[in-house]
Design a binder for this molecule. Structure first.
Ligand code: AFP
Length: 359
């Protein structure tokens, strides 16, 4: 049935009606969807479009850029820079915030994005995504880096696109989390998953288990208990998934529940986590909270963090409320030294569970 469906633009106009963002925020999100359709087309063509493979360049994180990283970055910039809706943009792929050409009018919003999350999966044809976050600019003039360093709780909209068997957009403007599927024949995103809710309990967790020896003891404890299943403290079996594409792992959690963790580890001591706060953790945390889930570093609510740098990394644990609250309890117990044997100095410094303590 093609008639009577709710398109993404109609949905946004209705959700934002009567708010201070009513006209411009909907228009900006529609511009983001235009970029998403372009990226969806490029990822779908894959090798046929000549889009696979890496470039010689690295981004500010020292990661080799894929051709599609750069093309996707350009797609978002070109879709969003011209319309007088944004004052500036910041991206995973750019060292500094993007300065709009002088010819374009400046708008009321800042757009922060990861143009192609999980891009190391591109060449093996596994789902990837685009993550975006919208903040109000709140002043006139050219935005500086400091203007982007705002807690995630100030986001006015956030979401992601997932390029999988079907292309979907999942987003929030602070009134629940909603999913839209791209109808390729018509070219519209159609509301297919209204008001997504993450169940409070789950038996499925996602983590890169190859990093186990580098995790902190509270995370080692949590995962050890899940793996022990019905023979351990949890008294029931757990299943594990890891796609290595945050958008795809998060999408699974929004569709059928679960928890996702990319915790702090000691693998690269200079990095307090792998995922970036401004364009990965914050927008996904907003989407997760609006679906009734919890998003935490293990010690603090992600959306309450005060960013200190554009490309800052943070530990991320998100999904089913009761599981993330359990992880937070384990962190508190460990930090306060009340979690025996996990809090004992022996465990912290010399046990098998401590990377530093390995013989
Ligand atoms: P890329 O965009 O460089 O592929 O990184 C993706 C990502 O930031 C996130 O989407 C995954 O959850 C995580 O990295 C996967 O990391 P591992 O390499 O540790 O599996």
């Amino acid at each position: 049935m093609l008639l009577g469906r709710t398109t993404l633009s109609k949905f946004l106009i209705e959700q934002l009606r009567g708010t201070e963002d009513q006209a411009d925020l909907a228009a900006l999100l529609v511009d983001v969807t235009a970029a998403v359709k372009t990226i969806a087309s490029m990822t779908a063509k894959g090798a046929l479009g000549g889009y696979l493979g890496s470039l010689d360049s690295e981004n500010v994180q020292g990661e080799t850029q894929k051709k599609l990283d750069v093309l996707s970055n350009d797609a978002v910039i070109q879709s969003c820079e011209w319309g007088g809706l944004v004052a500036g943009m910041a991206s995973e792929e750019l060292d500094e915030p993007y300065r709009l050409p002088r010819a374009f009018e400046r708008g009321a919003y800042l757009l922060v994005f990861d143009p192609l999350d999980g891009s190391s999966n591109i060449d093996v044809n596994v789902s990837v995504g685009t993550i975006f976050s919208v903040l109000r600019f709140g002043r006139v003039g050219e935005p500086t880096t400091a203007d982007f360093l705002r807690p995630g709780a100030e986001q006015v909209a956030a979401g992601y696109a997932i390029y999988g068997p079907s292309t979907m957009m999942v987003l929030t403007v602070g009134k629940g989390t909603h999913g839209f599927t791209l109808d390729r024949e018509i070219g519209n995103f159609i509301l297919t998953h209204p008001d997504l809710k993450i169940p409070e309990d789950t038996s499925e967790f996602a983590i890169n288990a190859s990093n186990e020896r580098f995790w902190e003891p509270p995370v080692q404890r949590y995962v050890a208990e899940c793996k022990a299943g019905r023979t351990g403290d949890r008294g029931r079996d757990f299943n594990m998934r890891w796609i290595a594409s945050m958008v795809a792992d998060v999408h699974r959690i929004l569709m059928r529940g679960g928890v996702f963790m990319y915790p702090k580890d000691t693998k690269e001591p200079a990095k307090p986590g792998r995922l970036r706060l401004l364009y990965e953790a914050n927008p996904i945390a907003f989407v997760i909270e609006q679906a009734g889930g919890v998003a935490s570093t293990g010690r603090a609510r992600i959306l309450a963090l005060q960013p200190e740098a554009l490309h800052q990394r943070v530990p991320v644990m998100l999904g089913a409320r009761n599981e993330i609250e359990r992880l937070e309890r384990y962190h508190r117990a460990y930090d306060s030294g009340t979690d025996k044997p996990f809090a004992s100095p022996l465990f912290r410094d010399r046990s098998l569970y401590s990377a530093e303590g390995r013989a």
